[in-house]
Write a protein that binds this ligand. Structure first.
Ligand code: SF4
Length: 105
């Protein structure tokens, strides 16, 4: 019984941690966009994403949970690119996974 309680407690903490990180990222992106405080490579990031093989145009997201093809079933972080690119500390999903075509190429 104690294992189940510990598991549920750990799960709740993990969910709260993810929710907090999500809220912080949204707040940071909106603040940068409102202040027009974009990273130097903001336009380059946007351009690379728009030409990326996993970019999902209808939602402007990095990959998508709504389209399952050979390339996209588990690809991308599903982030909203105009927000993601506005955060200086953001990293490209392709770069993180050591694949070609990312922001740092
Ligand atoms: S993998 Fe990188 S380049 Fe492709 S959509 Fe995502 S963030 Fe943009």
């Amino acid at each position: 019984m104690i294992n189940i309680i510990l598991f549920l407690f750990a799960s709740i903490l993990a969910i709260l941690g993810e929710a907090k990180m999500f809220a912080v990222n949204i707040f940071t992106a909106m603040k940068n966009i409102i202040k027009k405080d974009y990273p130097e490579n903001y336009q380059s990031r946007i351009s690379k994403c728009e030409n990326c093989r996993i970019f999902f145009k209808p939602l402007k997201t990095c990959g998508t949970p709504f389209r399952f093809t050979k390339n996209t079933s588990t690809s991308g972080c599903w982030c909203f690119i105009p927000f993601k690119a506005a955060i200086k500390e953001s990293t490209c999903w392709l770069d993180e996974n050591h694949l070609k075509g990312g922001w740092n190429e």
